[in-house]
Design a protein around this ligand. Structure first.
Ligand code: TEU
Length: 565
């Protein structure tokens, strides 16, 4: 790595969803002191950076992604002193802390929005207040200023009787959108970011950041036949001032100078735009989270709930396109899971007792050996599986609950709605972290039940088993730290059309890595003529405790990593 290379090119990030990670005070909700108690666990795994989902003061309409005070910790999670201690504890162990930055919207309980409710307030323009659609009675059906849908269902506008106007919320009505056109809003956000940097945080994960620049004026989107609302996010995302805002933020917060870590979560971003946003020739973003590879199991043009089986060639090609497209100019983030996505073993692997471990390891191998910065979401390193909830009442997440109510209200049979939730609900990822066979997350009653598999899938059991998913992740992370070819090697996809095998090489000067993986629960043959010769190859990692000598057939979910020199 050269002197000027960004440090995060060799880093692995671990995401803590604090609500579900570790509870220190027995109230059933995870907290900062709980997380402080687990720092040696993270160090043992070998990760470099912790991304902490929001812990700010919040009414918790969307579990903290609705912030009422950017400069305080919610009492549910602890205090600012606890956060300082977490930062110090991470730094003492050579790890860094990245905070979640949620500035497309605030909570409706934030003082800014409270003030903004008064039409004569100087903060009125800090949010998007608009009169009813022309010719419509305010508050009447269809009177919303535009036909935009909220991500969480229903219109993106809510009528405020007191002032006779509507406010915009692309998410819940308790998450009004900030008006980034207003320079005072931007200055207030940058000031807050500097305040956190001065406190010692090492960077920001920026929530839905490509929604901050809106297409002004706000106008109707195209709608599908028979549909009253426009769900086309691309019409609202990537507004004309995106790059300007990102560059201004960089300057004002000193992101480049201070070598801060940034990752922008971006809905509806394509490779070309992502290359512009992450270009190493500009100070914009370190990397972005794309959604392309996590929407391949939904009907094209549909929503996440419109289930469709994954095609392996689609997944391989999508990831390869991003590898090539960002190339050496931009930089990729590598993720399968986070607090919004189901568990990858259940989704793209096989979570049956027979294949869970091998498929979790193999999914980890292919992801971590792409070029980019890998993310591990709490529990992913255990090969945790989906929650297995069977009734609507099991779900806590606002998106899941709204979907169920709206879908069944429109006549979708309950079993179908429940099947969609079982596959895609965000609560799949939010069951408490199982530290022991008994659970070990809290001494009280957890806010969401443990996964029923916790007695088998838990930290204690996996630490004790050298062949566990956990130790596989530990080895993969170590491999990235050890081998330059993992960080820098050029990516080449092999066998793009193969329905069973995922194979690729990474090449740096005269060194090569070859990853070859069976992505099915059956034995698979390898077309030997289509992969590099393994004559001078050394086997550096496998998903099975004992790999056979030849590679002509792979066991179910078997993966191998060869180093060729
Ligand atoms: O997610 C943005 C986002 O696009 C999600 O709403 C996503 O579409 C959905 O979860 C997929 O199921 C971010 C946060 O990660 C999410 O937790 C928040 O709910 C959302 O922004 C609003 O802040």
């Amino acid at each position: 790595m050269s002197e000027t290379d960004p440090w995060w090119k060799s880093a692995v990030v671990y995401q803590i969803y604090p609500r579900s990670f570790a509870d220190s005070d027995g109230d059933g909700v995870g907290d900062l002191r709980g997380a402080i108690g687990k720092l040696d666990y993270l160090k043992g795994l070998g990760v470099d950076v912790v991304w902490l989902s929001p812990v700010y003061r919040s009414p918790m309409d969307d579990n903290g992604y609705d912030i009422a005070d950017y400069r305080d910790v919610d009492p549910l999670f602890g205090t600012l002193d606890d956060l300082d201690e977490l930062i110090a504890g991470l730094h003492a162990r050579g790890m860094k802390l990245v905070m979640d930055l949620v500035v497309n919207h605030t909570s409706d309980e934030h003082a800014w929005f409270q003030e903004s409710r008064d039409p004569s307030s100087v903060k009125r323009d800090w949010y998007f207040w608009r009169p009813a659609r022309e010719g419509f009675e305010p508050g009447a059906q269809g009177a919303e200023p535009t036909n935009w849908a909220s991500f969480f269902g229903g219109p993106a506008w809510t009528y405020d009787e007191a002032s006779g106007e509507y406010f915009l919320h692309l998410f819940s009505p308790k998450q009004p959108d900030l008006n980034w056109e207003n320079p005072e809003v931007r200055a207030a956000v940058y000031d807050m970011m500097r305040w956190w940097v001065d406190r010692g945080v090492d960077g920001f994960r920026m929530d839905v950041i490509n929604l901050i620049s809106k297409p002004i004026p706000l106008t109707d989107g195209a709608v599908a036949p028979g549909q009253p609302l426009s769900y086309d996010v691309s019409q609202v995302a990537n507004g004309p001032r995106m790059i300007e805002f990102l560059e201004e933020m960089n300057r004002e917060v000193g992101i480049g100078e201070r070598r801060l870590f940034t990752v922008g979560e971006m809905i509806a971003v394509d490779v070309d735009r992502a290359r512009e946003y992450t270009s190493q020739h500009h100070d914009r973003l370190g990397m972005v989270f794309t959604f392309e590879h996590v929407t391949l199991d939904q009907e094209p043009g549909g929503m996440k709930w419109d289930l469709k089986p994954l095609s392996l060639p689609d997944l391989k090609r999508t990831m390869a396109r991003w590898q090539k497209g960002l190339g050496t100019e931009g930089w990729n983030s590598l993720y399968f899971e986070n607090h919004d996505q189901p568990r990858v073993v259940s989704r793209y692997g096989d979570d049956s007792p027979e294949h869970r471990v091998a498929s979790a390891k193999t999914l980890a191998t292919v992801l971590h050996l792409h070029r980019g910065t890998p993310y591990v979401y709490e529990g992913q390193e255990l090969g945790m599986i989906n929650a297995g909830f069977t009734t609507a009442g099991d779900y806590r997440d606002i998106e899941s609950r709204n979907f169920y109510t709206i879908a069944t209200g429109q006549g979708v049979p309950a079993e179908r709605a429940l099947a969609a939730l079982a596959a895609k609900s965000r609560d799949n990822a939010r069951t408490p972290m199982p530290w022991t066979p008994e659970g070990g997350f809290t001494t009280g009653t957890p806010w969401l039940p443990y996964n029923a598999a916790a007695p088998e899938i838990n930290v204690e059991a996996e630490l004790a088993d050298e062949d566990s998913v956990y130790h596989h992740y530990r080895r993969l992370i170590a491999l990235r730290h050890e081998l330059e070819v993992v960080r820098e090697g050029r990516f080449e996809l092999l066998l793009p059309d193969d329905e069973r095998i995922w194979a690729f090489t990474r090449t740096l000067r005269d060194e090569q890595l070859m990853v070859i993986a069976n992505m099915t629960s059956q034995v698979a043959g390898v077309p030997m003529g289509s992969i590099p010769s393994l004559e001078r190859a050394e086997l550096v990692l496998t998903s099975l405790p004992a790999a056979a000598d030849d590679v002509q057939t792979l066991e179910p979910w078997e993966s191998r990593v060869y180093r060729i020199r």
